[in-house]
Design a protein around this ligand. Structure first.
Ligand SMILES: NC(=O)c1ccc[n+]([C@@H]2O[C@H](COP(=O)([O-])OP(=O)(O)OC[C@H]3O[C@@H](n4cnc5c(N)ncnc54)[C@H](O)[C@@H]3O)[C@@H](O)[C@H]2O)c1
Length: 681
């Protein structure tokens, strides 16, 4: 049987080699948000297992010290984070030249990871949570140390394999293969449920990557501002009758959440020139957004918030207000005082509704944090009661003319799970969707995703402001604002991006583009790197896109041929990106909606100015988008059919998309109803 000496000598990379002494226990910097303690409910055997699982990262000489410390973390916080291994002080995505590594990609991913864990960027940096209450870079700091070491060692002849935060190792590949392949939380079907999920998390074998947290591609709340801006603006256009060349001046948007992603709502409404009130139960998050200038004012009670908002609505001037309290109290006030809300949404973390993502009415944020530690059963009932009340109030407001939309946080599903079957379109289950459309069914799907418009993003790895300005200009030059109104919106977005001060963390940008737009811009950027006009660039995208994500309650909510419960598209997108040589590919369970509800994937591509990367761009970027458009076309989505027809024409001889023959709906209906009439007889 092998012993720990054999094991240690068999590894070139391990914690004992990375650090020669056990680091001091860290001081937690005051004012940095901490994740709530997760409810501990492992049995005795599983507790032993969790402890052994964490200790396998650590040389034996430190076990006696760390075993009780890790056990204490598990009992008190519900997880083993290995705080002692967190490097002291602030982590930050620095210019790429300051990182060690044997290949550009290895250094580039260190920039991305450290940005995901920056105090200014991450939601709970000590617990490696980047955003969305539970979305982690990896599970613990031992993994972090090892990942960093592997990225320093990685060559262009190897691939780093990441399984739910655990670096499995380096394996030989080629310069044309991905440098990193990540999977997070992919559970075997019959175990893909909440109970097994919580056990796996506590055992330290599962990581919830959300999207860009565990896919190492987060770019701060800017990442979601563009999508939020497009959604709210187009909701106004299609539901309130605002013309395509006008903005939200004179309209009121009400929502909740000023966290990682939801914090984008204020900024998006400001850019669209409207008025917003956003409810938030955690005062520290309000302060963050006030300091950043993404929220202009805070109000302690609903009366004050609405008075201020309505004044600006009347003046047709933009204003963004944080209401410090529960969103249900806020909209209850609007109902009781007959206040007109034009657009209503919610962005609490309903994908993790019982884990702290949604604060029940009647208790403070602090009380909910206390309750999370202990009274799980009672807490669930409080959450459910609030969700039911929330739904009743929304119904009253929509009956009065408000347009409500689910903004991809699984809110409608959470209401359904709280026992409200009335919310289902078929009155009994969620198979036909919910009575309120999700924003993808109504807005984002047909207007953006079906054409292939999605959240293309880049990071200037040099860390230089001027590189970002140059790339903004180059991207703007590539857009024809007169082609479609979507292109005009995107043009205006990138034209004003620097002025809108969207950067938090690394010098990053997001810009919605379709397949050809992304291809053109990517080639241009690689050329600029080649010419030495800018330093290397990381290309990527959110998973919230046309092709990378199968999520029936969100990204694929407007797929209506019954295939919305399948996860083939996301898996094919991931595999296709890997074989076409993207630098990083990621595939996750859960997306932004929760475990078992989505399979989602993303990529990273390092632009080094080479011809090799030109080839990857030409093959992988159109695939990444058009795989999704093709699937949407096959589901008979009209805008995708048109886009695919044009694509087949443009790429004749290289790409070819199978298109659906359309049926005469009346003929089918007639035939089937006659057949059913006979069956009944
Ligand atoms: N549509 C999209 O494109 C998109 C993108 C990213 C995330 N999301 C989803 O949106 C949700 C929010 O993401 P996030 O990153 O901002 O999460 P987050 O946890 O950082 O923020 C949610 C905020 O809601 C607040 N909150 C909870 N309950 C409340 C209540 N009853 N009243 C008022 N405030 C309350 C919390 O204090 C928190 O600050 C998640 O479910 C996420 O998956 C959607």
């Amino acid at each position: 049987m092998s012993n720990n000496i054999d094991i240690s000598t068999a590894m070139d990379f391990h914690l004992g080699e990375i650090i020669d002494h056990l680091p001091e226990l860290p001081d937690f910097v005051a004012g940095i948000r901490r994740a709530p303690a997760r409810h501990f409910n492992l049995n005795q055997n599983d507790t032993e297992l969790a402890l052994k699982n964490a200790l396998r990262y650590v040389p034996e000489k430190w076990h006696a010290t760390l075993a009780p410390e890790f056990l204490n973390e598990l009992l008190s916080r519900g997880r083993i984070y290995g705080y002692r291994f967190r490097p002291a002080g602030r982590l930050k995505g620095k210019p790429i030249d300051s990182y060690r590594g044997n290949c550009l990609e290895g250094r580039a991913f260190q920039v991305m990871i450290e940005n995901n864990l920056d105090f200014d960027v991450a939601l709970y940096p000590y617990e490696l949570v980047t955003y969305g209450e539970t979305g982690q870079v990896c599970q613990n700091w031992m993994q972090y140390r090892l990942i960093k070491r592997y990225l320093e060692a990685l060559t262009d002849q190897q691939t780093l394999v990441m399984e739910s935060g655990h670096p499995l190792g380096l394996f030989a590949s080629s310069p044309d293969a991905p440098r990193v392949i990540i999977t997070n939380a992919l559970m075997v079907g019959c175990f893909d449920d909440q109970e097994n999920w919580h056990r796996a998390m506590a055992l330290g074998v599962a990581n919830y990557g959300q999207m860009t947290a565990g896919g190492w591609m987060y770019i701060g709340p800017q990442g979601i501002v563009h999508g939020t801006y497009s959604t709210i603006l187009n909701a106004g256009r299609s539901k309130l009758g605002i013309p395509a060349d006008r903005d939200l001046a004179g309209y009121l948007f009400v929502s909740s959440g000023l966290g990682g992603m939801s914090g984008a709502q204020g900024k998006a409404v400001e850019i669209a020139n409207g008025v917003a009130i956003i409810a938030e139960v955690d005062e520290s998050r309000i302060q963050t957004r006030l300091d950043q200038g993404w929220i202009k004012k805070a109000a302690g009670d609903p009366d004050e918030a609405f008075k201020l908002a309505l004044d600006f609505v009347q003046k047709k001037k933009s204003m963004t207000i944080a209401y410090c309290g529960n969103v249900v109290d806020l909209i209850e006030y609007a109902v009781n005082h007959s206040i007109k809300i034009d657009l209503l949404s919610d962005q609490t973390s309903c994908h993790a509704v019982y884990e702290g993502g949604y604060c029940p009415q009647g208790i403070s944020f602090k009380e909910r944090t206390e309750l999370l530690k202990t009274g799980h059963a009672g807490f669930k009932e409080m959450v459910d009661a609030t969700l039911r009340r929330h739904y009743e109030l929304i119904k009253i407001l929509t009956d009065r003319g408000t347009y409500f939309f689910d903004y991809g946080n699984s809110f409608l599903k959470a209401v359904y799970d709280a026992g409200v079957t009335d919310i289902c379109r078929n009155g009994k289950d969620s198979l036909d969707g919910f009575k309120f459309q999700s924003y993808v069914e109504d807005i984002m799907g047909p207007i953006l995703f079906d054409y292939g418009y999605g959240p293309f993003r880049w990071v200037c790895l040099s860390g230089r402001d001027e590189d970002l300005l140059k790339t903004d200009q180059a991207a703007m030059d590539a857009i024809d604002p007169d082609r479609r109104f979507q292109d005009r919106d995107n043009y205006v977005w990138i034209r004003d991006a620097a002025k809108n001060k969207l950067v938090v963390g690394t010098k990053a940008r997001i810009l919605y583009q379709d397949a050809i737009g992304r291809l053109t811009i990517a080639l241009k950027f690689n050329e600029m790197v080649r010419q030495g006009e800018i330093g290397p660039v990381m290309l990527g995208r959110d998973h919230h896109d046309t092709g990378g994500t199968d999520s029936p309650f969100r990204e694929t909510a407007n797929i209506k041929d019954g295939s919305n419960i399948m996860a083939d598209m996301a898996t094919q997108c991931f595999a296709g990106n890997a074989c076409r040589g993207m630098s990083l590919v990621a595939l996750h369970n859960g997306g932004g909606v929760g475990i078992g509800k989505a399979i989602n994937g993303g990529f990273g591509l390092v632009l080094d100015g080479s011809d090799r990367v030109d080839t990857v761009i030409k093959q992988a970027i159109p695939w990444d988008v058009m795989g999704g458009v093709a699937r949407r076309a096959w589901a008979r989505n009209q805008n995708s059919i048109e886009t695919s027809i044009a694509y087949n024409e443009m790429r004749r001889g290289s790409d070819h998309i199978t298109l659906p023959f359309l049926t005469d709906e009346g003929m089918v209906e007639d035939l089937v109803s006659k057949a059913f009439a006979n069956i009944k007889k």
